[in-house]
Design a protein around this ligand. Sequence first.
Ligand SMILES: Cc1cc2nc3c(=O)[nH]c(=O)nc-3n(C[C@H](O)[C@H](O)[C@H](O)COP(=O)(O)OP(=O)(O)OC[C@H]3O[C@@H](n4cnc5c(N)ncnc54)[C@H](O)[C@@H]3O)c2cc1C
Length: 393
Amino acid sequence: MVGYDDSFDIVVVGGGPVGLSFAASLGQSELKVAVVEQQSLERLANPAFDGREIALTYASIRILRELGAWDAIPASEKSPLQGARVLNGLSPFAVCFDPPRGSEEPLGFLVPNCRIRDALFKTIRLQDHAQLICGHSVVDATNSHKGAVITLSDGRRLTARLLVAADSRLSATRNLLGIGADINRLGKAMLICRVRHERLHHQIAVEWFDHHQTIAMLPLTESVSSLLVTLPLNAADRLLAFDDDLFLTELTNRCRERLGKMSLASTRHSYPLVTTWAHKFWAPSAALIGDAAIGMHPVTAHGFNIGLSGQKQLADQILAACRERRDIADPDTLQKYESWLRRSAAPLYHATNILVGLYSGEHPAARIARHAGLRFAQYLPFVRHGISAMLRR
Ligand SMILES: Cc1cc2nc3c(=O)[nH]c(=O)nc-3n(C[C@H](O)[C@H](O)[C@H](O)COP(=O)(O)OP(=O)(O)OC[C@H]3O[C@@H](n4cnc5c(N)ncnc54)[C@H](O)[C@@H]3O)c2cc1C
């Protein structure tokens, strides 16, 4: 096209796990696809450990396997999750989530985010289908029913029949497309690091809603867990500024020695907690996927799982449009994708937010409500089995 540097059928903004999996899902098509990522190719090819251990459901594992990415993750990086316990304050009572009786299969697997990114990058490279444009961010985007024009930070201008934003929960592309979002800054941060510890975890995760803090312990290898501590922003900043010894002493005290003696087994990371829900998941010649569409609170460990199934839904509809020689950016196709994603993600998104409100409230009424809520969940097996089944779906 005259006046433009290159033209594509689809330009994906963001080479995170959802942007890469979307590009990989289109690998068998004839479509000309580009992925624009602000990080350098070197960093994309060697993603650094970022603290996140992603709890993958069986549905996500199936999608990654179909893409060829699951087998590219070393077995030693896939930690089985044999159960989960939810605790409230100092009460010894725990709600237990276990695989169904007689089942040998775990509830799911924990895999470091960097290993998922790495496997998807290798898939894209192997497919040799999508063009990676790295080291440049998208600084402008315009769209109409005819297509989209994308401007990169080096001044290059690309055209696309469909622009797909996968540039995270505070997506700049979403803003450029004029799509609003509900953005909730929760005033808290999640501190994460791996710890080596004395006591065995038996591959059981613990989510512990304590007063003024929430602690999750995710079982990795035999004596190593990922520790996630949620605190008000200023308390999290203070803790992060401590030297290693002081940091560890503070963590051990906060965990009330549940894991016994601990030593640091990784770098530390901090994530300010923000949840987002875009008002629309598409615009003329454009669509939002992954966190750019829905940014979940990490407590229910479902952001990537939802993003992965959402990108597959959009890719399947685009592939069907190609087979039937229809327009890939047809508004009906994009609306179908939006309806599907809303239907499948809204219950979990809202339930997670209610849970977060209930479990981070310090009002005595909130404490009583969460105690009652846990008893309710434990003694109504369909609640526990329903949640376990959802994880294993
Ligand atoms: C602490 C924590 C724990 C989590 N645990 C789980 C879990 O157990 N299970 C689960 O399912 N989910 C979990 N999640 C959620 C999961 O990490 C996210 O849903 C997932 O990373 C979203 O992927 P994404 O590709 O949409 O966005 P991102 O991973 O944010 O990637 C976005 C990419 O876009 C690039 N980018 C941004 N702006 C631009 C631009 N203007 N131009 C070009 N490139 C750009 C960025 O560099 C980045 O590479 C967790 C999240 C956190 C914070």
